[in-house]
Design a protein around this ligand. Structure first.
Ligand SMILES: NC(=O)c1ccc[n+]([C@@H]2O[C@H](COP(=O)([O-])OP(=O)(O)OC[C@H]3O[C@@H](n4cnc5c(N)ncnc54)[C@H](O)[C@@H]3O)[C@@H](O)[C@H]2O)c1
Length: 264
C-alpha cells in the first residue's frame, strides 16, 4: 500500500532556493555540474583560479537557467582565499548549504623520475585543496546551523591504477580524497552536514586532451565496459542526487560513475 504521506519523489531533487559553491567551475566537470545545479533551482557561486574565459561562460549559463551567479577568483591551495570566497558567497547569495569541489589537475611522469615539486604541487591542489575547501564550506554550515551537503570529485584512479598511466601522485591524491571524504563525513555527521564523493571514470573534458593523453583516448574506450568515455553531462545526475534531499541518508559514500570500469 503506497504511503500517501511520503515525499513527492521529483521534489527530492529540487534545489530551489538553495545556495551552492562549485570549485573548478571554469571548465569540464565542475562547469557542467554548476549549470546542472542552477537548472535544478540553486543559485551558484563559481570559483576557479582563473576568471578569464571559462567561468564567465558558466555564469552566463547559470543566469540563462534563471538563477543568480557569482564568480570568484581563488586558488584552492589558499585557506584565506577560500574563507573569503565563502564569505562573499553568503553575503551575495545567502546561507551556503551545497558545495561541489571539482578543482583539480592531472599530469604524468614515471615514479622513479618525477620531480618532488611536481608531486607536491599536485597533492597540494588535488588533496589538500579539497580538505581546505571542505573546511571553509563546513565552517559556514556549522555557523549558520542549517547544515548542508558537500560532494568532492575524486576519481576511479583512487580505487584502481590506470593501466599505462604513470601518475603515482594523482592516484594517491584521489585515494586520499575518497578516504578524507569519509573521515570528514564522520566528523560532521552530528552537525547536519553530509559529505560524499563521486569517482568518475574516463570523462571527455579538457583534462583528457592534454598532450600526453590524446593518443590514449581509444585505449580508454576499449578498456571501459560501456565502450566509451563519459560525457561531462553524465556527472550532473550523480551530483544532483548526492547533494539533494534524495540522498538524505547517504554520507561517507564514494559513488563510482565509471561505465562499469571497476567491475573488470
Ligand atoms: N576528466 C576525467 O576523465 C576525470 C576523471 C576522474 C576524475 N576527474 C576529476 O574531476 C575534476 C575536474 O576535472 P576536469 O576533467 O573537469 O578538469 P578541467 O581541467 O576541465 O577542470 C578543472 C578546473 O579546475 C581548476 N583548477 C585547477 N587548479 C585549481 C586551483 N588550484 N584552484 C582553483 N581552481 C583550480 C581549473 O582552472 C579548471 O577550470 C578533477 O578533480 C579531476 O581530477 C576527472
Amino acid at each position: 500500500m503506497p504511503d500517501e504521506t511520503a515525499q513527492n519523489a521529483p521534489a527530492l531533487f529540487d534545489l530551489t532556493g538553495r545556495v551552492a559553491l562549485v570549485t573548478g567551475a571554469g571548465s569540464g566537470i565542475g562547469q557542467r555540474i554548476a549549470v546542472g545545479l542552477a537548472q535544478c533551482g540553486a543559485d551558484v557561486a563559481l570559483l576557479d583560479r582563473r576568471t578569464d574565459g571559462g567561468v564567465a561562460d558558466t555564469a552566463r549559463a547559470v543566469e540563462a537557467a534563471g538563477r543568480a551567479a557569482l564568480t570568484l577568483e581563488a586558488d584552492v591551495t589558499s585557506q584565506d582565499a577560500l574563507t573569503e570566497a565563502v564569505a562573499r558567497t553568503q553575503a551575495k547569495l545567502g546561507p551556503l548549504t551545497l558545495a561541489l569541489n571539482a578543482a583539480g589537475i592531472a599530469n604524468a611522469a614515471p615514479a622513479e623520475d618525477m620531480p618532488e615539486e611536481q608531486y607536491q604541487t599536485l597533492m597540494d591542489i588535488n588533496m589538500k585543496g579539497v580538505w581546505l575547501s571542505c573546511r571553509a564550506e563546513a565552517r559556514a554550515m556549522i555557523e549558520h546551523g542549517q547544515g548542508g551537503s558537500i560532494v568532492n570529485i575524486a576519481s576511479m584512479s583512487g580505487v584502481i591504477v590506470n593501466r599505462g598511466l604513470e601518475q603515482v601522485h594523482y592516484n594517491a591524491s584521489k585515494a586520499g580524497v575518497i578516504h578524507m571524504t569519509k573521515s570528514m563525513a564522520m566528523e560532521w555527521v552530528g552537525r547536519g552536514i553530509r559529505v560524499n564523493s563521486i569517482s568518475p571514470g574516463y570523462t571527455a573534458t579538457p583534462m583528457n586532451t592534454r598532450p600526453e593523453m590524446v593518443h590514449q583516448t581509444k585505449l580508454f574506450e576499449e578498456q571501459t565496459p560501456m565502450g566509451r568515455m563519459a560525457a561531462v553531462d553524465e556527472m550532473i545526475g550523480p551530483a544532483v542526487f548526492l547533494l539533494s534531499n534524495a540522498a538524505s541518508y547517504c554520507t561517507g559514500v564514494d559513488l563510482l560513475v565509471d561505465g562499469g570500469f571497476c567491475c573488470w
